[in-house]
Design a protein. Structure first.
Length: 433
């Protein structure tokens, strides 16, 4: 029987989909691309914005169009937020039941008449091993920060924090390295809270990061693992002593995604973020003091309720001052059930669009300036995919600071460069656009 998967949203969702896919493969299912005809479609949904909701619904409807007789399954945060509502799917699986998707699907199939897809007459792609590039490792679940704009704490355990034990993470990474992976990305719904449930750090304001440092140290010792990358971090976890200890682990990539959301203190208060813009800038300074040209990336929400022109201008100038390596810009999305949805002075869609476009121009320039720092310098690149640019084929991949580079495939043979391999490439043979 053929099953197709599609993932929306965060890196945790991608990790969880990977685990679900492994279970289906072990049970004898044939994994096919989402755009192929399948017997079962599983969409791991997201609800972080209204756009994510809409995309989730669209993908579920698309699955039905591919094969009206297929079993279409919605799982993840949107399914959770809608409290099991079908959403155009045949069945819905909330987050706490994700580990049981295979069992639930098999049970549903018992009472459902499904004619297996006959691949004859369709172009059948050969099964290929998954690309061994970077692996996402979910080490933490749940969030108890309760930002006023966010539904995630409610659909990911209602504020309960759960961390995967160190030995289980280490064992998982060892297996991935044996399978050929060179880089792992540690992910979580609130990664900086890793281990606080185990270590007894009960206060949600107490993010000392000791359990996370301990885990990273053990992963750093794994033979064959070449890179450890961290996903989004809470700024408060960054202290000089913490960053100095982190810098002793040579496999940790100097790429830090520090969640910001706003550069204006008044807006941060309404968002229930637990730091000021000055404290955020201090964390960036610490990282730049300890690491050479670290990549600092972040998220910004524009048009949060009550955001005046003066508040936006404060954020705009703060973004320019910091000089991010990259910036993810989100227009505020009203989420029913959150405090922010009930706030006065909701910002118009037109104004949110205008402000996001202003920030995008700053982001584009800032990103280019950061990439210039690597001009004329040989780079160690983890190659991932091929891309066609102006009629030429290039291998594309990232350095430790997550700057994307391109290598002409005609030159790749000189280096033995292949997808999934880390190679040192001469600067003259690389391009960034």
């Amino acid at each position: 029987m053929r099953v197709a998967f599609l993932t929306l949203g965060c890196k945790v969702n991608y990790y969880e989909t990977g685990k679900i896919k492994e279970e289906f493969e072990k049970d004898g299912y044939e994994i096919v691309d989402f755009d192929e005809t399948a017997d079962i479609y599983i969409v791991n949904t997201c609800t972080v914005t209204n756009m994510a909701d809409r995309k989730s619904r669209q993908m579920l409807h698309r699955a039905k169009k591919h094969n009206p007789n297929a079993l279409v399954v919605a799982c993840g945060c949107y399914a959770d937020a809608k409290d099991g509502e079908a959403l155009g799917a045949d069945m819905s699986v909330v987050n706490k039941d994700k580990k049981n998707v295979l069992k639930l699907v098999n049970e549903a199939l018992k009472g459902r008449q499904i004619t297996e897809v006959n691949a004859d007459g369709f172009e059948k792609k050969p099964n290929r091993p998954a690309e061994r590039t970077r692996a996402f490792i979910k080490i933490q679940d749940g969030c108890n920060q309760f930002c006023t704009y966010c539904l995630i704490p409610y659909v990911r355990g209602r504020g309960v924090l759960v961390s995967k034990p160190e030995d289980e993470v280490v064992d998982e990474v060892i297996q991935l390295v044996r399978s050929g992976y060179k880089e792992v990305v540690l992910t979580g719904i609130h990664l900086s809270s890793y281990g606080t449930d185990i270590a007894g750090e009960k206060s949600f304001l107490k993010l000392e990061g000791r359990p996370l440092i301990s885990l990273i140290g053990k992963l750093n010792d794994i033979e064959g693992l070449e890179r450890i990358r961290l996903s989004s971090l809470e700024p408060r976890i960054i202290t000089e002593s913490w960053a100095k200890q982190l810098a002793t682990f040579e496999k940790v990539c100097p790429h830090f995604h520090l969640s910001m959301q706003s550069g204006c203190d008044e807006t941060l208060k309404r968002m229930n973020r637990h730091y000021t813009s000055a404290e955020y800038a201090e964390k960036v300074d610490i990282l730049r003091k300890i690491y050479e040209n670290p990549a600092i990336t972040t998220d910004v929400i524009v048009g949060f309720p009550g955001e005046t022109e003066e508040e936006f201008e404060t954020t705009f100038e703060f973004v320019k001052k910091i000089g991010f390596a990259d910036l993810h810009i989100f227009q505020y999305s009203k989420r029913d059930g959150t405090i922010a949805a009930k706030m006065d002075d909701q910002v118009s869609a037109e104004l949110k669009k205008q402000r996001s476009e202003q920030l995008a121009k700053v982001m584009e320039q800032s990103k280019k300036e950061y990439e210039k720092l690597f001009e004329g310098i040989d780079q160690e690149i983890l190659f991932e995919t091929e891309q066609l640019i102006n009629g030429k084929t290039y291998l594309t991949g990232f350095n430790t600071r997550y700057v994307r580079f391109f290598l002409d495939t005609e030159k790749a043979g000189e280096y033995g460069a292949l997808s999934g391999e880390i190679c040192c490439i001469r600067a003259a043979d690389l391009r960034t656009d």
